[in-house]
Design a binder for this molecule. Structure first.
Ligand code: F6R
Length: 243
């Protein structure tokens, strides 16, 4: 695993964007696996800046996102599709037809998951997967004790996730109870994986995920078994990591 230890969030975002930009330049029609969450927002901002400066062309890029709440339409401002439009897609020349997020309004769970695995397969897999890291080691919506061998599946959100998310919704009843997520198997099949971490609150889980045993209790620990992982973090997040 290659590790970039940067001074702060701004530098983390620049380095992660450099890595993604290099991927796009080397393979203009690459397939990017994208994440939502607060961590990659700065990285997406850097990619937008490079696009505006004329240094980056997204016209042939395809993207496949990790996850989506079940029951939220793309217009809902809490949906991950809305997030991606707002933080990246609306500001670069990517063709929206080439951007994929699980279909949150598909009620048939099996169909939603089967269709999404089909999309990943028909693209020949993911060239570069971007990941954030949950405080409990989750990647995508693969929470502790997830089975490593799964493709896209529907997960029940835990009570703690529902109450943590309630602040974004008018009432707790409106918080989705389920989500569709790419499985760990699909993530592990990506050719390259870039994990972005920032802030002191991530230091313990970074240590567990990358220095502890590989175990379903810490889903991200499976990344130790992947042959091409890049970890980009700031000093605060990497302070317990000894490479
Ligand atoms: C995002 C996702 C999540 C986040 C993780 C970290 O699509 O699936 O696994 O990457 O929860 O979130 P932040 O970056 O907000 O700390």
């Amino acid at each position: 695993m290659r590790v970039y230890c940067e001074a702060d969030y701004d530098h983390v975002s620049r380095v992660a964007a450099n890595i993604i930009a290099a991927q796009i330049m080397m393979k203009p029609d690459c397939v990017l696996g994208l994440a939502t969450g607060s961590t990659p927002i700065g990285t997406y901002g850097q990619l937008i800046r490079r696009y505006r400066e004329g240094d980056l062309d997204f016209s042939q890029v395809h993207s496949i996102n990790l996850d989506e709440y079940r029951g939220l339409s793309p217009e809902n401002d809490q949906s991950y599709r809305y997030f991606m439009n707002k933080h990246l897609f609306d500001s670069v020349n990517i063709d929206k037809k080439n951007t994929f997020v699980p279909d949150g309004v598909e009620e048939d769970r099996e169909k939603a998951c089967r269709d999404y695995d089909g999309i990943i397969r028909s693209h020949g897999g993911i060239d570069m997967q971007i990941l954030g890291l949950g405080h409990n080691g989750h990647i995508g919506f693969n929470e502790p004790d997830s089975v490593f061998e799964k493709g896209t599946h529907c997960v029940q959100l835990t009570e703690s996730t529902i109450s943590a998310n309630a602040r974004f919704f008018a009432s707790a009843d409106e918080v989705p109870k389920e989500a569709y997520t790419m499985g760990i198997q699909s993530i592990m099949q990506a050719k390259k994986i870039v994990v972005i971490v920032s802030g002191e609150s991530k230091k313990e889980i970074v240590k567990k995920a990358f220095m502890g045993p590989v175990t379903p209790q810490v889903p991200a620990s499976v990344l130790q078994l992947h042959s091409d992982v890049i970890l980009v973090g700031d000093k605060a997040a990497l302070s317990e990591y000894v490479g």
